[in-house]
Design a protein around this ligand. Structure first.
Ligand code: FES
Length: 251
């Protein structure tokens, strides 16, 4: 297996470590490819197909396509690619017509069919079935929700359609949903998500309630500093360590 592969992206000479995804190689060259289900912190899943590009005349999901062939020639904005992305956006926009992110993206692909269609036959429920919420949930080792079903009936669901028992109330799903479909409420004492209420535990330093009891239980602790207090505590530690080093250096 060679260490590097060489080829071209949009005619620009490209060199990347063997197996690098086309998406990463293109971004390294400053070429923008739109993505939706992709997240740098998650393994790629190729669900949304928005990142489609053309390699040797075939459409590939660039986030999932590893560069392995010497002399590869990829196109990120050919007519075939733009048409395909326009259709993908048409499907997603009609599922989630109020999503600001999709509206912005569809604007660039309007000439390729990305528009709201009053005759669209599927639910406009705001979910584009990209599965990012389920993947981020499984990364938290919670796996409270998942993509289930096939075809038009495919949806993100909790087991048995009930409020998920394994949910930690961490909001990772809601905050990572690209269309903002997952609703939650947080009144400073209680958080409600997936039809479940979670008590929020006060930060021992400032009293701000950021974490649920379930989140802390998952980490095996009863309380934790909120992110701001943690930052301040770390800064204090670094300053204290610095002064010890300077004091010693002065001899
Ligand atoms: S970003 Fe590549 S398939 Fe979704």
């Amino acid at each position: 297996m060679p260490e590097w592969v060489k080829g071209s992206i949009d005619g620009i000479p490209a060199k990347a470590p063997y197996g690098t995804s086309l998406l990463h190689a293109a971004r390294a060259l400053g070429i923008d490819i739109p993505t939706l289900c992709h997240h740098e912190g998650l393994p790629p899943d190729g669900n949304c197909r928005l990142c489609l590009c053309e390699v040797s005349g075939k459409l590939v999901a660039s986030c999932m396509f590893p560069l392995r062939d010497q002399g590869f020639a990829a196109l990120t904005g050919s007519a075939k690619v733009m048409d395909a992305r326009g259709f993908v956006l048409y499907l997603m926009l009609n599922r989630a017509p109020k999503s600001p992110r999709l509206i912005r993206l569809a604007h660039d692909y309007e000439a390729y069919g990305a528009r709201v269609d009053p005759r669209f036959p599927l639910d406009r429920d705001g979910c584009v079935r990209c599965g990012r919420c389920a993947r981020v949930c499984s990364l938290q080792a919670s796996e409270a929700i998942d993509l289930a079903g096939r075809g038009p009936g495919r949806a993100v669901l909790a087991p048995f359609g009930r409020p998920p028992e394994d949910c930690l109330g961490c909001l990772a799903c809601a905050l990572n949903c690209p269309t903002g479909r997952i609703a939650f409420q947080d009144d400073g004492a209680t958080r409600r998500v997936w039809d479940r209420d979670f008590a929020l535990v006060p930060c021992p330093a400032c009293g701000e309630r950021r974490f649920t009891k379930e989140q802390l239980g998952h980490l095996g602790v009863e309380s934790a500093l909120c992110p701001e207090c943690r930052r301040r505590a770390m800064a204090r530690e670094i300053l204290a360590a610095d002064s010890v080093i300077s004091y010693k250096a002065r001899g």
